[in-house]
Design a protein around this ligand. Structure first.
Ligand code: NAP
Length: 243
């Protein structure tokens, strides 16, 4: 199924997986409105400021995107982050709040705001994680947030059943993006170590998975895609080559 002439909203469009999905949608002839806080880094023709943790910003973004695009065919919710790798008793209220407000409340808000503008044949794709399927040590807020994304996506599928809107979650393992730089608060060395000794999945390879779900025939709903580096079986179990 071709995507030519369709419209899409992509959150987290300034970096990593969101930016890769913007590129692949543009290559398919989709008109894309991308949102993020670093709006100058968005490559979509319609690049708009968006902070998914802020209700007014999210409302402004959706109104402006819909004014540019008309109705929406595709919503890709990619905006998200992790903060730190510490055990529960060293975690902070502030970090937990930011992670949950971005990954969970923000994703639910964007979905709710976009839904009235999604036309028949539309498709919502949420960026989950293997952290939302199996816990690993020292990532409690992020793990809780991604379990919530999976639960919300299942609930969305229930509530939209019978309507011509498809729902997919893409649960990825290690993908080399700015994710770890953000998680380790700018510590490039700590971020690099996450991907050392293995070949991680790239953002473009995740975008391929998203494109696969989007291009199935309209009666086919790819509910979940789980994609990991071959060298990884879970968030905790990673085989690394020794230097
Ligand atoms: P990334 O390169 O750090 O990109 C994260 C994106 O989220 C950026 O565009 C960032 O834009 C945006 N964002 C963060 N907070 C936001 C906010 N409050 N409002 C709007 N946008 C916000 O990381 P990534 O790997 O592409 O992550 C994208 C998604 O994939 C996330 O949901 C992440 O949890 C998920 N994921 C990543 C991995 C991985 O290993 N990388 C694995 C599984 C799942 P601004 O900072 O410009 O606002």
């Amino acid at each position: 199924m071709g995507l030519e002439g369709k419209t899409a909203i992509v959150t987290g469009a300034s970096s990593g997986i969101g930016a890769a999905v913007v590129r692949s949608l543009l290559a398919e002839g989709v008109r894309v409105a991308g949102g993020a806080r670093r709006v100058d880094r968005i490559e979509a023709a319609v690049a708009l400021p968006l902070d998914v943790t802020d209700q007014a910003s999210s409302e402004r973004f959706v109104a402006a995107a819909v004014a540019e695009l008309g109705a929406i065919d595709i919503l890709f919710n990619s905006a998200g982050l992790a903060l730190g790798r510490v055990p529960v008793d060293e975690s902070t209220e502030e970090d937990e709040r930011v992670v949950l407000e971005t990954n969970v409340v923000g994703l639910m808000r964007m979905t709710r705001l976009c839904l009235p503008h999604i036309r028949d044949g539309g498709h919502i794709v949420n960026m989950g994680s293997i952290a939302g399927r199996q816990a690993y040590p020292n990532g409690s807020a992020y793990i809780a947030s991604k379990f919530a994304v999976r639960g919300y996506t299942y609930a969305l599928r229930e509530d939209l059943l019978g309507r011509p809107i498809r729902i997919t979650t893409v649960d990825a393992g290690l993908v080399e993006t700015e994710f770890s730089v953000v998680r380790f608060r700018g510590d490039e060395e700590a971020a690099r170590a996450v991907y050392e000794g293995l070949e991680p999945v790239t953002a473009d390879e995740v975008a391929d998975c998203v494109l696969f779900a989007l291009t199935r025939p309209p009666h086919v709903n790819v509910d979940e895609i789980v994609v990991k580096a071959l060298a990884q079986s879970s968030g905790a179990r990673i085989v690394r080559e020794q230097p």
